[in-house]
Design a binder for this molecule. Structure first.
Ligand code: A2P
Length: 277
């Protein structure tokens, strides 16, 4: 674990702007904007999660806000991410709408969901959203190395996060290195391969060796590298399981076996098939 970027308890990462993001979070992509999402968020917070990841495009920010209030956990103890939907024009106006739906005064992290229309046009609006206090930190998602370089050439405030599809099977090594070079934290979405990677023989073998579950091995592979991770589940017992990541360690051999599962060729791209082009 890179000790310079994690907090003393090993459970959060210090971002380049000084803010801290808990390494384990709950993702709510494809969770319906109703009881399903409210309960998942409430359970996660009751179980000790302090990091929830939503997006304007998910349509469930209102339920995330309701889950937060129902949990009774003070808002300031929870790291909340939402994402600017780049089909819209104005990141500032959309941030304001997100805050209304969430029922909070600020989000901890506001990121461009994908570089539709190019990687730079929305950034001044993201900087303004931060300036106005709507977001503590700003960043991007689904940006490849070339997108990041273009953005960094024009940004006044650099992005502190790039959230991408990342797992042993999508081990985008060159993209990770580009992020590290520019003090951008890579954050992993779909860390379980939306469930597909849980059937892997290699992952199952390593899990057995440690008396752990396949999900915990896939998530530990990220957090041990100080990569924040946001598995999605709507089942209370799985939400609990996915946060038990800090009481075991993968060996160098385990990590090497998992690294070898990569199917991207160590790419610096964020996605093999961008959906917005
Ligand atoms: P469910 O929501 O029904 O629990 P990812 O985070 O990579 O997108 O993966 C999410 C998928 O993996 C969902 O289908 C989720 O199902 C499933 N999942 C999440 N956590 C676990 C777990 N600990 N064990 C088995 N399946 C899980």
């Amino acid at each position: 674990m890179s000790t310079d970027v994690v907090t003393a308890d090993g459970r959060a990462r210090v971002l380049a702007d000084g803010n801290e993001i808990p390494l384990a979070g709950l993702g709510v992509w494809q969770v319906a904007n109703d009881r399903e999402c409210v309960d998942a968020v409430r359970w996660a917070l009751e179980l000790g999660y302090r990091h929830i990841d939503t997006a304007q495009a998910y349509g469930n920010e209102a339920s995330v806000g309701q889950g937060l209030r129902e949990s009774g956990v003070p808002r300031e103890q929870v790291f909340i991410t939402t994402k600017f939907f780049p089909g819209r024009k104005d990141p500032v106006a959309e941030a304001r709408r997100s805050l209304q739906r969430l029922g909070v005064d600020y989000v901890d992290l506001y990121i461009i969901h994908w570089p539709q229309g190019g990687p730079t046009w929305a950034w001044p609006g993201m900087e303004q959203a931060r300036e106005r206090g709507y977001a503590r930190s700003i960043g991007v998602s689904n940006f490849g190395a070339s997108d990041l370089r273009q953005l960094l050439a024009t940004a006044t405030v650099p992005p502190v996060i790039n959230q991408v599809q990342f797992s042993p099977y999508e081990y985008r090594k060159a993209l990770l290195e580009t992020c590290q070079e520019h003090e951008i934290a890579l954050e992993a979405y779909s860390p379980l391969g939306t469930g597909r990677h849980l059937a892997s023989d290699t992952v199952a073998r390593i899990a057995r060796r440690h008396g752990r579950t396949p999900a915990q091995v896939l998530l530990r592979w990220c957090v041990q590298r100080a990569i924040p991770v946001i598995p999605k589940s709507t089942h209370r017992e799985r939400i609990a399981e996915n946060a038990q990541l800090f009481d075991f360690r993968l060996s160098d051999e385990d990590l090497a076996e998992l690294d070898a599962l990569d199917r991207t060729g160590g790419t610096d791209r964020a996605l093999e098939r961008p959906w917005w082009r």
